[in-house]
Design a protein around this ligand. Structure first.
Ligand SMILES: Nc1nc2c(c(=O)[nH]1)N[C@H]1C(S)=C(S)[C@@H](COP(=O)(O)O)O[C@H]1N2
Ligand SMILES: [Mo]
Length: 277
């Protein structure tokens, strides 16, 4: 590890503010209290707004707010609200959960041999259904700014671990490989079609544009400083603090861009398409 990289790991300045767990608890409490104060302010404001003249169908003060929103929205989507991050020293072991699309049918994880991992590609399908040039894993690992981010991974089953991911921003990769797809409303990630016919369950995860292009959504190949194991999604997975674990697909084989409301593994089983916070 180079000293530059060590310094970067110590500072971790590029993914938002670093705080420890005690501070996190303190701020959560403070945020909760100020939310109550906001409610009182909102009510008083509402009485004033009701008496304002209208512009394009809504009170003028709200309209100007909406116009400002529209103007800053695209910027906010990339650079705005960030999920809470932690210091590397807060990282914990991540529980393994979910082997759909990763096991060989008898419950054993399918290991990806080194030569296969080196030649790995993420296949792409465009919004018009056509195949696009795939994204080589080698390029993901070498052609983009590498980010180390630490956040709380939350599973809908009710557990959470603070974990450290190493990877590149999906938005950076998309900008290089398929910029014309960056406006797609949905992106559907899938595990690769398995070679062994015994595999019963491929996995898929549909994520909306906002989350996929968010600055904290990474194509990651390391967990807590170590290359991903097969169980954690080798050779490449998607991670984001904006969604529950079920959306964070391990072992990406393909991504489909679409403007139609998609389904995925869990929506097919009755779960919420959004699965975010
Ligand atoms: N391919 C695949 N990805 C998956 C799953 C899965 O079963 N198969 N489970 C999801 C769930 S529910 C969680 S909580 C996380 C867990 O990731 P981990 O095993 O690395 O902790 O992976 C997600 N991604
Ligand atoms: Mo999960």
């Amino acid at each position: 590890m180079t000293s530059d990289r060590e310094r970067h790991l110590r500072e971790l300045t590029d993914d938002g503010e670093i705080i420890d767990r005690a501070e996190y608890t303190k701020r959560s409490r403070r945020a909760f209290l100020s939310f109550g104060a906001l409610g009182v302010g909102a009510y008083l404001g509402f009485r004033t707004i009701q008496n304002r003249p209208e512009e394009r169908g809504i009170p003028d003060v709200l309209r100007s707010g909406l116009d400002v929103n529209a103007a800053v929205w695209s910027k906010l989507e990339r650079d705005g609200a960030r999920a809470r991050t932690f210091a590397i020293s807060d990282r914990e072991a991540l529980r393994v959960n979910g082997d759909h699309g990763l096991e060989d049918g008898s419950g054993d994880y399918i290991e990806i041999p080194d030569d296969e991992a080196a030649a790995w590609e993420i296949n792409l399908t465009g919004t018009d259904g056509s195949d696009l040039a795939p994204i080589p894993l080698a390029s993901i690992k070498s052609d983009f700014e590498v980010h180390d981010m630490v956040w709380e991974h939350k599973c809908i089953e009710g557990w959470a671990n603070i974990v450290h991911w190493t990877g590149v921003r999906f938005s950076d990769v998309l900008e290089r490989y398929a910029p014309e797809q960056a406006s797609a409303e949905w992106m559907v990630l899938r595990t690769p079609r398995q070679r062994t016919p015994t595999v019963r369950r491929d996995y898929s995860s549909a994520i909306e544009n906002y989350t996929m292009l968010h600055a904290q959504t990474l194509l990651a190949w390391q967990l807590n400083g170590v290359d991903l194991t097969a169980a954690h999604g080798a050779p490449i997975r998607i991670v984001t603090p904006l969604k529950y674990g079920i959306k964070q697909l391990k072992r990406i084989g393909s991504i489909e861009f679409t403007n139609d409301t998609p389904t995925d593994y869990w929506t097919d089983r009755g779960y919420d398409l959004h699965a975010g916070f």
